[in-house]
Design a protein around this ligand. Sequence first.
Ligand SMILES: [Zn+2]
Length: 273
Amino acid sequence: MPELPEVEVTRRGVAPHLEGRVVTAVALRHSGLRWPFPNDLPERLCGHAIRHAGRRGKYLLIGFDHGTLVIHLGMSGHLRILPLATPAQKHDHFDLVVGKQLLRMTDPRRFGAVLWHGLEDGAIDNHLLLRGLGVEPLEGAFSGQVLYRHTRNRTAAIKQVLLAGDIVVGVGNIYASESLFKAGINPKTPAYRIGLARYEKLAQAIKETLAAAIEQGGSTLRDFIGVNGQSGYFQQSYFVYDRAGQACRVCSTMVRQIKQGQRSTFYCANCQK
Ligand SMILES: [Zn+2]
């Protein structure tokens, strides 16, 4: 499943091909993905210039003067920039044509989303899917102070509080495990019991972990161009994630795997207290 770094790398890959371009056609090859496509999308977008390709959490926000196209990659979606005449394959459900190129969304499992939010519907931040999102982890507003302040009444385990996304957005399963390892915090610790100094460490670890993943993904940017490109998702070498039973890279203790809220958590009981 694409996590925040993959979505940000996607945004960086497609943005230069979209910003400033006018939409000349829209192709909808299915009735929809997770939700139906707005069926008037071609009329709404054709002839309008794309002003900005932004991101909020895992949502890509293609900004026009008259509204925002909201794209979510779901479980299996990816975006590529392709030459205009590229034939569509089975799982290519949506094209946004901008002159001689097109933005194509491929989504075999169809859990993704393509939605329209018009200017008349109010600020995009108030969109039903966006309004509950926490602060962006890579922006200045995010800090240990934010984590500390919003967890004083939270009895749930810190790993699950991170995944909930209402304090800080986009720290998914992989990056929560990795960040907690770097910060030396046991993922089972109730969030309210963690002090400010440890939250400062955790915020720093989250920023570093996500930034490193984005940087690593940057090497795949060229893959967003051309028919043979891979999706741009990337495998990193993790400290604990997906390493159950293997030696901790720091202390050689065996990495443990537990379930928290149906999701696997990986941690080192010696390094993380
Ligand atoms: Zn260890």
